[in-house]
Design a protein around this ligand. Structure first.
Ligand code: AMP
Ligand code: MN
Ligand code: MN
Length: 316
């Protein structure tokens, strides 16, 4: 598969590299890691994402070049870290597969194989790890810039190499990335120890809203709460992981009310409790221990519906 992906990339000259809505460290890290790699072999690369780069990833080289582009004159689209065509918002539409070669590089077990060439690797802990594996096939030598981008995705998708998805292999890859010049401690500080005070204020409100029943812990993040704290939706990135530390919880679920009445659902679970299946059934996707979906509001109904689905999924 790697060879097929590399072949498609090497054949192209103008390449659109996109990742998913509400980008995380693996989305931004894989866009930029691949962008810098392809530029080293003379490709013209357009890094794109439907949503703005969160402030905590602005330190990554090239982050200022990421914009909400969609394909026009390019001869290849590469989608990263997204399991279905809707994940890329306005940057991509499923129909584009008729007119463009589309390469999907993704590590979600729920991937729908929406592209022309689908490299789906659920054993990889991050899409950034897949890009690392692709470099020799592209004839690109690792350098500190690429390593910094790729280590960011590996770090954020494993929450600092602490999740059950963490493999011996990613620890070896991380060692190589650090050897190549990726500053591990600096990246850790940038992505994990970098919350605005008003974001933590929102975390307080979210944690105060939590509710617990039958092994499930859930909390809400409403438009009104964010308005009261003067923050946007990205301010709660990470709080679901705090909820998931509850000793009593098998799974933690954060419901984020968007201003268009849709509800973002973010789920974390302990090993033995799979949330990817239920997220997929609800139109989303993810990994066994970290998954998400977007459902219709209003909030109260969405909470009831999703909790019932999660319970049914765990019981079944
Ligand atoms: P999050 O809770 O946003 O950190 O996401 C956890 C995992 O689920 C990530 O791998 C996401 O890519 C995936 N995910 C979150 N929301 C969705 C969605 N609406 N559709 C598909 N996958 C999602
Ligand atoms: Mn992601
Ligand atoms: Mn990922």
């Amino acid at each position: 598969m790697k060879a097929q992906v590399a072949e498609a990339i090497l054949r192209a000259q103008n390449i659109l590299v996109i990742s998913h809505k509400d980008p995380d460290g693996d989305a931004i890290g894989s866009i930029l890691g691949l962008t810098w790699a392809l530029r080293k072999i003379g490709k013209r690369v357009y890094p794109a994402c439907p949503d703005a780069v969160p402030e905590i990833y602005a330190f990554l080289p090239g982050s200022n070049e990421i914009s909400p582009l969609s394909a026009t004159t390019q001869d290849l689209i590469v989608t990263l870290d997204g399991s279905d065509a809707t994940r890329f918002g306005d940057c991509f539409a499923a129909e584009l597969v008729a007119d463009f070669t589309v390469v999907s590089i993704d590590h979600h077990v729920t991937n729908t194989r929406f592209a022309t060439v689908n490299w789906v690797g659920p054993t990889y802990v991050a899409t950034c790890e897949m890009i690392f594996d692709l470099l020799p096939f592209l004839g690109v030598a690792l350098d500190s810039r690429i390593a910094t981008c790729l280590l960011t995705g590996a770090l954020t998708d494993t929450r600092g190499f602490r999740t059950s998805s963490t493999t011996p292999r990613i620890l070896k890859v991380a060692a190589e990335l650090v050897e190549a010049g990726a500053p591990l401690a600096e990246i850790t500080d940038q992505v994990f120890n970098n919350h605005a005070l008003k974001s933590l204020q929102l975390w307080g409100k979210v944690i105060e809203s939590m509710d617990f029943s039958g092994g499930l812990l859930w909390a809400t993040n409403t438009v009104a709460m964010r308005r009261a704290c003067g923050v946007d939706r990205t301010a709660t990135n990470g709080v679901v992981n705090v909820l998931a530390t509850a000793r009593e919880a098998n799974a933690a679920i954060l419901f984020t009310e968007r201003d268009d009445d849709k509800i973002e659902v973010s789920m974390r679970s302990r090993p033995g409790y799979n949330v990817a299946d239920v997220a997929f059934r609800l139109g989303g996707g993810g990994h066994p221990q970290a998954a998400g979906c977007t459902v219709d509001g209003p909030l109260r109904q969405a909470v009831g519906r999703v909790l019932a689905e999660v319970r049914a999924s765990f019981d079944g």
